[in-house]
Ligand binder design. Structure first.
Ligand SMILES: Cc1ncc(COP(=O)(O)O)c(C=O)c1O
Length: 432
């Protein structure tokens, strides 16, 4: 039985000084039982909490650690770089090296601007879309998350209201007036919005693999439809690839589906575990960004050498032949072992997976492509499941709406052990 008294005490201490004891809300374990784990260290696919308990980790820092924890190549490049100074606020050659590595291996990006988070990347891309087109409105989709940007923290309004409602206090109505929120995978809804507002729409923003509200895998046909619609109307297609970028393939979901967006936001994996985001596009679009163009965007620590070094070391590994295929196979193995058990036991449960992303859906729905198809009550089962998995020594994200990530460091033994643990946890969650 894993006991976690030290984590519990550390959480009590943290709550005195940090709102909710955390610096990002979902970490507080409000959607599952118990106190959050305080991690002391990680190595490869494993992490250890401050009580000395060991876990196989499928959160992987919410996606960035595609090579696992404390990868020796990343650590070496980081330490070699940081001893020479941690920040200069002046150009450094590592920025160009990371940019070159990406541009030379990504058919849809000609220039890239580094920022410090996925939120900043999405926010800057939206400004760029407006600057390039001279238009104001943006279309986003219910169930897609693009960071905590005012104009993107919006959900669909009720009934016939065209205006969405903000998903946080502190966002003025004016900030969301130009955001149109539509259901995913619904061509008719997009057509109707364009008929109504088409003259003033700057971009359609979408996570091409929506992975922040469950894994809402879209029909490729829908993404192609968005591309064609944008071609027809001059609206820019903006893929938020903060999760899917360098995860589904080096070229992200754009490469995976072979669909060219006009702008791409990146984050997570690009920084090798350090705070990096980026947005990229054709040279023509990117030349609109300051200082070449009129769209202002800046950052004191943007292009930080230590963070660039980590990104370079990590992305170089991702370019190894067979890298993505192997991770896809690992994820398929884990998924099939668990799914087989659920099917044998007739449990209303499905693992959705793509590349090295998986999501546990506690319902019998064969397809979950939009936010409203997620079964009610799944969160209650997830709580029991999550608790049981921690006891088994497996760490997954503390919310039923979050996806899991397999890293290159997960061994077949890890995956088989995890599958065994998951089957026992599933049996508990379904009261078997
Ligand atoms: C698709 C997507 N966009 C943007 C963000 C925001 O990134 P960050 O948390 O680095 O600000 C996230 C974070 O999970 C994300 O998944």
């Amino acid at each position: 039985m894993h006991q976690r008294p030290t984590s519990e005490q550390l959480f009590e201490d943290a709550k005195q000084y940090l709102p909710g004891g955390v610096n990002s809300p979902v970490r507080a374990f409000r959607s599952v039982n118990g106190a959050p784990l305080f991690f002391e260290r990680g190595e490869g696919s494993h992490v250890w909490d401050e009580d000395g308990n060991e876990y196989i980790d499928y959160c992987c820092s919410w996606g960035p650690l595609i090579l696992g924890h404390a990868h020796p190549g990343v650590l070496k490049m980081v330490s070699d770089t940081m001893v020479k100074g941690t920040s200069f606020g002046a150009p450094n050659k590592l920025e160009t090296e990371l940019a070159r590595l990406i541009v030379e291996n990504h058919r849809y990006i000609e220039k890239i601007r580094f920022v410090n988070s996925g939120t900043e990347a999405a926010m800057s891309a939206i400004r760029l879309a407006r600057g390039v087109t001279g238009k104001n409105k943006i279309i986003k989709f219910e169930g897609c998350y693009h960071g905590h940007v005012d104009s993107l923290m919006v959900k669909a309004g009720s009934g016939l209201a065209t205006l969405g409602t903000s998903t946080s206090a502190g966002i003025p109505e004016g900030s969301i007036r130009d955001t149109i929120v539509l259901p995913l995978n619904d061509e008719a809804a997009v057509e109707k919005a364009i008929e109504e507002f088409g003259d003033d729409i700057a971009c359609i923003a979408i996570e091409p693999v929506p992975a922040n509200n469950g894994l809402l895998l879209q029909d490729k046909k829908f993404l192609t439809f968005l591309r064609e619609t944008c071609d027809r109307t001059g609206i820019l297609l903006f893929f938020d690839e903060v999760i899917s970028g360098f995860r589904l393939a080096f070229e992200g979901a754009s490469g995976y589906y072979g669909i060219q967006p006009d702008m791409i936001a990146m984050g997570k994996i690009i920084g090798g575990g350090f705070p990096v985001g980026a947005y990229g596009a054709s040279s023509k679009v990117m030349d609109t960004v300051a200082p070449d163009g009129p769209v202002y965007q800046a950052g004191t620590l943007s292009g930080n050498p230590v963070a660039m070094a980590a990104g370079i070391a990590q992305l170089k590994e991702c370019l190894a032949p067979g890298f993505y295929k192997s991770m896809e196979q690992k994820t398929a193995l884990l998924s099939s072992l668990v799914q087989d058990f659920a099917d044998r036991e007739n449990l209303p449960f499905k693992i959705f997976h793509i590349g090295s992303i998986f999501w546990l859906s506690f319902s019998e729905n064969e397809h979950v492509r939009s936010a409203n198809e997620i079964a009610e009550g799944s969160s209650e089962r997830y709580k029991v499941f999550h608790d049981a998995l921690l006891q088994e020594g497996v760490y997954i994200a503390p919310s039923s709406f979050e996806v899991g990530f397999v890293s290159a460091a997960h061994s077949e033994e890890d995956l088989r052990q995890t599958a065994e643990a998951m089957t026992r946890a599933l049996a508990k969650a379904y009261g078997r």
